[in-house]
Design a protein around this ligand. Structure first.
Ligand SMILES: Nc1nc2c(ncn2[C@@H]2O[C@H](COP(=O)(O)OP(=O)(O)O)[C@@H](O)[C@H]2O)c(=O)[nH]1
Ligand SMILES: [Mg+2]
Length: 292
């Protein structure tokens, strides 16, 4: 039996549904999702294993103009994804026009890898507009296969999967067949906390925040977690904590709920807030927070 395997890199602008699509394709909540741009900060692998195939998806932050070092690293992950793909999934949605980010798009068009162009969120549009959009994109990217999806309702996800399988090169698996990601349990804990922070705090606060797991202790019945929420400035500390600690308590409760779902086990979590001055612009701090 011939075995197919390859890297399928998911790229595109922020907020078009890249992480949602990867999660649906993998069937696990690997990437956090919010309505805010820059939710994804890392390149995250999601691996799907079949008897005769292994698809290694990689979700990326999306293309943005970098204002600080963290964002530079984030854009780097997206650029890197252009280089090492067997298949590129370029995701756009029914709101985006092709003139956004022309430079990056040019690189996609010139890439040697086969490109699948996914127009996502079609549940938010109508047939006429979607078809118009499709023909515009096809003109722009004549070599790409276009698939219209709604990740939210799983519309055409099966079709997308089949198209990926068709284009997947013959190769042995790159990862053991029982792996579904390259990230650690600690990473998922940190991401779940960050998702809740993105949802509940406004303006610059979530973008100045990084959760770091200090202790992850698992026994048969329960996982005990101690995590620090790092902020950039002293003034952000009371915002995270909230009046009488209510805000941080909510983060803890909602995070625990998601973690229990993710790990299939009871979770106990303690959260603390600390300042790591201007960490987003410090190479050493970024490194120690896992951005490299
Ligand atoms: N209506 C609709 N919303 C979607 C769809 N896919 C994703 N979203 C929403 O779009 C927002 C951004 O999704 P996300 O996956 O984080 O986008 P990313 O930044 O490209 O990774 C979230 O609020 C999702 O719930 C879709 O097919 N239909
Ligand atoms: Mg994302």
């Amino acid at each position: 039996m011939e075995h197919k395997s390859g890297f399928v890199n998911i790229i595109g602008n922020p907020n078009v549904g890249k992480s949602t699509i990867m999660n649906v394709l993998v069937g696990e909540k690997i990437s956090i999702i919010t309505s805010k741009s820059q939710t994804t900060r890392h390149r995250i692998l999601g691996i799907v294993n079949g008897d005769d195939f292994q698809i290694v998806y990689s979700d990326t932050p999306g293309v943005i103009k970098p204002h600080y070092k963290l964002q530079k690293t984030m854009v780097g992950y997206s650029e890197q994804a252009l280089e090492d793909a067997d298949i590129l999934l370029y995701i756009t949605d029914v709101y985006e026009t092709a003139d956004k980010n022309e430079e990056f798009l040019e690189k996609v068009i010139n890439s040697k890898s086969p490109v699948i162009l996914v127009i996502n969120k079609i549940d938010l549009s109508n047939q006429e507009d979607v078809l118009k959009m499709e023909s515009k994109w096809q003109e722009l990217m004549p070599n790409a296969e276009i698939i219209l999806t709604s990740a939210l309702t799983s519309f055409n996800i099966e079709r997308l999967l089949n198209s990926i399988l068709e284009k997947l090169p013959i190769a042995p698996p790159y990862y053991p067949k029982d792996t579904f990601t390259d990230k650690t349990e600690r990473f998922f804990v940190e991401e779940i906390i960050r998702e809740k922070i993105l949802v509940h705090y406004k303006k610059e606060v979530p973008y100045s925040t990084q959760a770091i797991v200090e202790e992850f202790y698992e026994d048969e019945k329960i996982i005990r977690i101690r995590a620090i929420i790092y902020v950039e400035r002293e003034s952000q500390k009371p915002i995270i904590i909230g009046n009488k600690g209510k805000a941080i308590k909510r983060i803890g409760i909602e995070s625990r709920r998601d973690m229990e779902k993710f790990f299939g086990k009871q979770v106990h979590i303690e959260l603390y807030v600390k300042v790591s001055k201007n960490w987003r612009d410090s190479d050493t701090k970024l490194n120690s927070f896992g951005y490299n």
